[in-house]
Design a protein. Sequence first.
Length: 247
Amino acid sequence: MSAVTEGRGLAELAALLADGTRAAICLALLDGRAWTAGELARRAGVAPSTASDHLTRLVRGGLLVEERQGRHRYLRLAGPTVAQLIESLAGHAPAPPAPTGSLRATTAGAALAYARTCYDHLAGRLGVLMYDALLADGRLDRASGLTLTPDGWAWAAGLGVPVQVLRSGRRPVVRDCLDWTERRAHLAGGLGAALCRRFTELGWITRGTGRVVRVTPAGRSALAETLAVAEHTLAPTPAPQPTGGRA
């Protein structure tokens, strides 16, 4: 394939995300769930007919896949590699402006920055903290590319993670993913997804609104012990005070 052909393909992909509405739709779908076209239209702040055109382009471009159930059209990201692309691009975008508006909006923004899903793994400050803790304890190693060490495999198995499934899966066991809010790496790959599922099964984390993840009271102490970090480091960051609008 010539460089010209490759460049054309890259330009076409970039054009798909060069529109604010389509970018907003992709960011919404980072919660890993399937949304209806109407829900995505409301999230993007556009008319359903307008959203439909954008969704068709995203499906044709391979970023989204659709499923139909009766008269409903459900859409989701095409897979974890697409999610990583979206999150990484968001991490390279200019930093968001200081919070403005209502207290509810700033609180929601703080919750999203603290802990959220990036498709099927943990992101935000909690995700970065976990990544750093696993590196510090020698469970991850990046001396020659990110790998899960023997101690890391034993740790994951001890948590009840199905390590044989990870070993035999087609998905990379560990990958780093540039975090949109922290501007540093969090843990993706098969292990990142498996840990998110396992922490949920154990009741250490719960899903909130949209992509938001909440750490339960029992989960905070359990995660602190599991990750060998001080419990106070897992406390959510207080929401910044809004600079304008009504509280």
